[in-house]
Ligand binder design. Structure first.
Ligand code: DC
Length: 216
């Protein structure tokens, strides 16, 4: 079985950076599954559709093409909100599931980050991390990043955004954001990104030794 590394957690927890550095370290392909939901949300919004309309959102999910995942707008704050809204619809999640599972199954291994990778997409993944940090710290990181990019935005607005997204992603009926029973919790609140990556690497090495999938 492929050595799947599932990295779940809330927005701005550091999971994206950790996942991308793990992928580089092991030479595995990386899938940022949030981009798929962002692609669906943006497509619906660009077509002037209703994000809460399950058939409109599902049609967008079924029509999504990999080339559409390159758009820089997908990385914006607004696209994150659109993504979280379409992600509540079960048929949207189903439409994106097979692509993620095929990606995950690539030999010799893969890294996927998201909200439901360890619970729903790849429940048998040998390495699972749940990366988190307090809402205030995540908001502060995101705020600094946006200000650094020249966006004029208030910290309180970002904190409110993060809380709303946590609530929607963790409260939805289908595949809510939650730590898998066998995932290792990594709270990065008091860590630099280098410390968080180092801790993640150690968690993956432990899982690798346990699964008998030794490097080399
Ligand atoms: O990781 P991100 O911020 O790019 O994700 C954007 C939204 O997409 C997130 O708020 C909820 C949704 N999402 C999801 O429901 N399941 C995933 N595996 C990844 C993202």
């Amino acid at each position: 079985m492929a050595f799947i590394i599932a990295v779940d957690g809330p927005a701005a927890s550091g999971k994206g950076t950790i996942a991308s550095r793990l992928a580089k370290l092991y030479g595995y392909p990386l899938l940022d599954s949030g981009l798929l939901y962002r692609g669906v949300g943006l497509k619906v919004a660009q077509d002037g559709g209703d994000l809460d309309d399950v058939s409109v959102a599902t049609a967008a999910a079924l029509a999504l093409r990999p080339s559409e995942l390159e758009q820089p707008e997908l990385r914006t704050r607004a696209a994150g909100e659109l993504a979280s809204r379409v992600a509540v619809h079960t048929p949207v999640r189903q439409a994106l599931r097979e692509f993620q599972q095929r990606f995950a199954a690539q030999e010799p291994g893969s890294v996927i980050d998201g909200r439901d990778i360890g619970t729903v997409i790849a429940p048998a993944a040998p390495a699972k991390l749940y990366v988190t940090a307090s809402a205030e710290i995540r908001a502060d990181r995101r705020w600094r990043q946006l200000v650094g990019q020249g966006e004029a935005v208030a910290y309180d607005e970002i904190l409110a955004d993060i809380r709303k997204r946590d609530e929607r992603d963790g409260g939805r009926a289908d595949s809510p954001m939650t730590q898998a029973a066998d995932a290792v919790l990594l709270d990065t609140s008091e860590m630099t990104i280098d410390q968080a990556f180092d801790a993640a690497r150690r968690i993956v090495e432990t899982a690798r030794a346990r699964s008998g999938n030794l490097p080399g």
